[in-house]
Write a protein that binds this ligand. Structure first.
Ligand code: HEC
Length: 165
């Protein structure tokens, strides 16, 4: 081990010991990790359901300011109405509807991710799919229905996920 690595190791050990001595950090065990991953085949989707009508109201409150009326012409990403390659949107680009649930629950609304319940996430996702012509205006969305939606652009992706599609 060269001198620089020895010094680094000593510094890391001292830093770790100092943090430990001050009671910083909390040990994490597997049971306390909340796994919110939803896989392309729908594995991991929670129970419950939402609908397009509720989703529209939630969208107005939590999403409209950044993504615009009907998911278009907002200050941030276009969510509907786009065509590849110039203006990708959910309907024209995303290969799976299931991972849209994962993304919205995990990352949106941008300033306060995690505030939507599973039910509300189903509703917002239903509304987004409706804006993209993939659900009708009165549709109800649950895990089974979401996993059954075939996104129009799916075949243009090269899949590394080991399920047939
Ligand atoms: C304060 C602004 C803001 C709000 C509010 C907001 N978003 Fe976003 N959204 C963003 C930004 C910025 C990105 C791009 C993030 C990135 O690329 O890392 C994004 C990206 C997205 C994307 C991915 C688009 C794509 O195809 O790449 C989706 C879907 C989305 N938002 C949905 C929502 C939904 C649903 C809500 C409301 C529940 C919401 N957003 C609220 C700013 C916002």
């Amino acid at each position: 081990m060269c001198m620089r690595n020895v010094i680094l190791l000593v510094l890391l050990t001292v830093a770790f010991a100092a943090a430990h001595a001050q009671g910083l950090g909390v040990p994490v065990d597997a049971a306390s990790i909340d796994d919110i991953t939803v896989f392309p085949d729908g594995a991991g989707l929670p129970p419950g359901q939402g609908n397009v009508v509720d989703g529209e109201a939630l969208y107005q409150t939590h999403c409209l300011a950044c993504h615009g009326v009907n998911g278009q012409n907002g200050g941030n990403d276009r969510l509907a109405g786009g065509k590849l390659p110039a203006a990708p949107a959910i309907g024209s680009y995303w290969p799976y509807a299931t991972t849209l649930f994962d993304y919205v629950r995990r990352a949106m609304p941008y300033p306060s991710p995690g505030i939507l319940s599973d039910q509300e996430t189903y509703s917002v996702v239903a509304y987004l799919l409706h804006l993209n012509g993939l659900l009708d205006a009165h549709a109800v969305l649950d895990a089974q229905r979401l996993a059954g939606i075939r996104m129009p652009n799916r075949d243009n992706f090269v899949s590394t996920y080991p399920l047939p599609h």
